[in-house]
Design a protein. Sequence first.
Lengths: 775, 326
Amino acid sequence: MAKLVKTKVEFEGHIREEEVVVERDDLTAWSAASPMTHVGEPRPRIDGPARVTGAAEYTSDVRLPRMLWGVVKRSPHPHARIRAIDTSPARALPGVVDILTHENCGDISWYDESRLLDSTVRYHGEEVACIVAEDEQTALDALDLIAVEYEVLHHVVDIEAAAEPTAPQIHPGLKPGGNRTAEPSTYLRGNMEQGISEADVTVAASYRTPCALHSSFETHGSVVSWEADELTVWDSTQNIFGVRSGVASKLGLPLAKVRVISRYMGGGFGSKNDVGKYTILAAIASRRTGRPVRIMLSREEEFLSAGHRPPAIVNVELGAKRDGRLTFIRARSLSTPGAHGRGGFQVCGPFREYYQCDNVETVQDAVYTNTGPACAFRAPGYVEGTFALESAMDELAGKLGMDPLELRIRNHAERNQPRDMPYSQKHLLEAYEQGATAIGWKGRRDTASPTATGGRHAASGTVRGIGMASQGWGGGGSPPSYALVRLNPDGTFDVMTGTHDLGTGTKTVMTQVAAEELGVGMDRIRITIGDTLTCPYSLLSAGSLTVPSVGPTVRAAAHDAKRQILDIAGSLLDVDPGRLSVADGVISDSGDSSRTVSVDEIAAKIGNYMVIGKGARGPNPSDVSVNTFGAQFAEVEVDTSTGEVRVLRVVAAHELGRVLNPLTLSSQIEGGVFQAAGLALMEERVLDPATGRFVNPNFSEYRLPTTFDVPKVESLFVGPPDEQSNNTGAKGAGEPPIIPTAAAIANAVSSAIGVRIRELPLTRERVLAALKERR
Amino acid sequence: MKRFSFAAPGSAREAVRLLAENEDARLMAGGVDLGHEMKRGIRSPSLVVHLSRVARLDGITLNDGRLEIGALTKIQALESNEVVLEHAPLLAAAAREVATPQLRAMGTVAGNILQRPQCWYYRDPDSFCLRKGGKHCHAVAGDNRYHAILGGGPCHIVCPSDLAPALLALGASAVVTAPDETERTVPLSELFVGPGVDPHNEHVLAHGEVVTRLVLPSSAGLANAFLKARERTAWDFALSSVSALCDTGPDGAVRSARLVLGGVAPNPWDAAEAAESLVGRPLDDDAIGAAAAASVRGARPLRDNAYKVELTQRLVTKALERLRGD
């Protein structure tokens, strides 16, 4: 039964109220005391064998009859105007079938101010032409045969330089001077003057985070095929319905003519939330040639053009009373969306939310630079902002002479201050307590002493330190999301929902939810996701949305199917269906346990008369804010002679509501910690200041952490199911584990060496410089 | 990658002939470095001559107290070979620090010491730098955090190899077959050339010359240490490396020592003055401190890499402390 309601929709720190059609969800949330058979159990991934044996078909595995191979020619310059393109030598190469340039690919707008293929290129790696050929090597051979005459323009790649009034202007329509994408976004609560006057102690510092790359195992790409006027797109995406609408709008097609499939994909981390140029180029080339076209980016292209976490500079001021209570928080961030887009990541979100403080002012500023387009990267903005805030909190604790954890406890925020409402629940204080116990926080001062040399050479010793940081994030999910559950005549079920499994275990946990509600084994259920034609709509899989949005949807659909099955069983057994329940595939009467019938018998009896359960995600509660909370504690060892930092251990204590599957959840947490360890220690895109070129676009020179570089991770799940959040009580865990790690590591290093490093990554150069400062 | 022809001749003579006939041909040993260059389009040879089918180019033997290591011996073999562990433990230690197990299983000894620079301007296919025949070294005005602090100019690459400094410290020579089939022996101290002499090549070998084996004296019983500083614990090139070797008399005084640095100069950097300063003295803190200071004497860091001077001194100190048995 649908109705029009207002619901709060949260996505990656942005809150908006939408008036939407939502279905009622009358299901009572599973409580902490509800007995569970499947949910909460450490079930291995149902598609693990298919993934590791190569049986799973990823987008890059799709091969269609008569398929052509596409490659993209890209700009070597960070800013240039294309004077002329000569494609005739490339076209003459045997095996080359078609070439797209800005002159023949149609007038398709992109990023608001640019075109699919534009006559002006604004970053090293921007798309200039697309070649399709009979095979990949021929397409690659043709790349160098396209002659492009460029008029090279002045460029700027550094964010501070781009903000200068005299910087080269990247877009003609901008207000002159400074390349600002928009007016800075500001937030104010309370009275800053009063907060400043009340402060006994203040700190002010500037913190910097580098540009980091998503580095998904599977690069971006699509295989497309037309059948008459119907287009099928196999895409590596986190957002099949978003890609469908993007493709339809770019190409002027009805939605019903576009099908997007993404059954398996190898990671996205926010970089695959939208339709890509490669998809549209492939679709145009495919229409022109009448043949299927495949374009998958190479690793180098992926690094140049497929998104990143943009660099950020955050200036922070904090003030506190002697007892540690914050009197004001001020933060100003500068970041960049790259050459295109709007950015708008919530770098200052943590400053507004994490701690109780009446007087808060934040300003988020962004400038265009001649760099690849940024995109969401696992907790966009919050990773950068949390590094700044949580470093500054430690600096404040140092100035107050207070335990950094105690400072955080004293400033614990009971309410969601920006939204001015209570939280559905908040168990952060328990996370602090459990994490501190697990890492040995109380004894931590004892470890900050030389251990390796017995003091003979203080310079060649190693020192250890422990640090911590908090995180707060959404993760409450939202409508709309729909699922169908069908009973087959042999008692098996098909579950269909248009979500995605980025490698996180979505299919596994949704199968657990369906099995739990249906009262049958997981092996009785086949789940289909990632297909816009066969699955009902679900949201993109980003912003820690999937579990809290799709989980309750699948449960609702399973419940609807179960209700119908119990109705049939009731008439068969001649009892009130309200007295029937199902467990282990057997339906029994609560009043008379001898009266039973199995789900299989019901299915066989009704044959091809089908039970179809339909479920929808209900609205979010309107009077409380649903959030996730957590704290991470890191122990590091620093070699004081060579500046080497090793992260020994991370304890990750998070409040995420109900745990659907502790195995896949701890994998999520470990992955988040590892990704953040890379950011803290070694990952960094390097742009040549003179040429504006990206000089390390490969896994050899852009360093991801190896297994030797990542810590042992201990995951602690804190707090009960969040019964106000949705009918499963589970919240999203995609982003929370990456948010506090870099700050916790930096705080641990500072605790070990006694000097603060305010810029990531913690390279040998920075650690040696800090050690020098200490001497 | 561009199209290329591929030959896998059955003899070194045939390989040399193929190279001599084609200026544009490239020799491939393990293919690790050449493969990367070809993939990125830094080099696009028309012919690749793979040595995999040439017999007797790999293997480790001991003859009259001299080790002979075939050019195509896998780096992996050096890690655990008993002859190497006994007679050149420094080389085994260096081999263990190279790249990853997968790359050590493919990479060869000769390929490793002759690998091209890792400089990101050299490796950028669209950058026409001095080493590639252009006018300027782009590192001078560019981001030079990983470039040379010693012996740089006019090009500022660093030696990326871990094995080359260790082999130089061990007094190794390369046995080279020329196109006319004559053999010559080139000490490693003469194999490498700095950019001041030749900004385009890192070694003196002519096109068509093939390194067939390396020979080195046994260093059994000598104290040795290989230390490597890098940003990542594995699969990373050296920011700085130290190959240290030392013979100490019964009185505790140093009789002879070698200190060779990697990752800080265009070639393996023989810190001879530092090593000689140790001779005749016990390895005490003063001697170690003086040698560490001497090891980077004359360093001329660029804008972004001064930290490597300090890092190298620390590594030398640590290596010498280890030689002492700390």
